[in-house]
Design a protein around this ligand. Structure first.
Ligand code: SF4
Ligand code: SF4
Length: 90
């Protein structure tokens, strides 16, 4: 399937790196492997949408995050642009 044919999700995860504690719960629940922990060479790794094209916007990552570091946004194009341009949380 080309990216043109891909169904755009109605909502998309918006990660707040400052709030992320690197527990990996969001990574574990993601059915598509779209979210991963990124090693920034610091004490804790931070979650990021490393594969924005495969994210289906299911919201499981946001549900799993106890500290609210992943919020679902309806600004899907803005979120897609964010992760396409920035491949790491820093
Ligand atoms: S569940 Fe939340 S705190 Fe844990 S790694 Fe994911 S975004 Fe970070
Ligand atoms: S919204 Fe669903 S598919 Fe997208 S990163 Fe979160 S858990 Fe994975």
């Amino acid at each position: 399937m080309s990216s043109d044919e891909k169904k755009i999700p109605k909502q998309f995860p918006w990660i707040i790196p400052f709030s992320c504690e690197g527990c990996g719960d969001c990574v574990e629940v993601c059915p598509t492997g779209s979210i991963e922990l990124v090693d920034l060479g610091k004490k804790i790794d931070k979650a990021w949408i490393t594969n924005p094209e495969t994210c289906i916007g299911c919201g499981k990552c946001a549900d799993a995050c106890v500290v609210g570091a992943v919020q679902m946004t309806s600004y899907v194009e803005k979120a897609l642009k964010r992760y396409r341009e920035k491949t790491s949380p820093e």
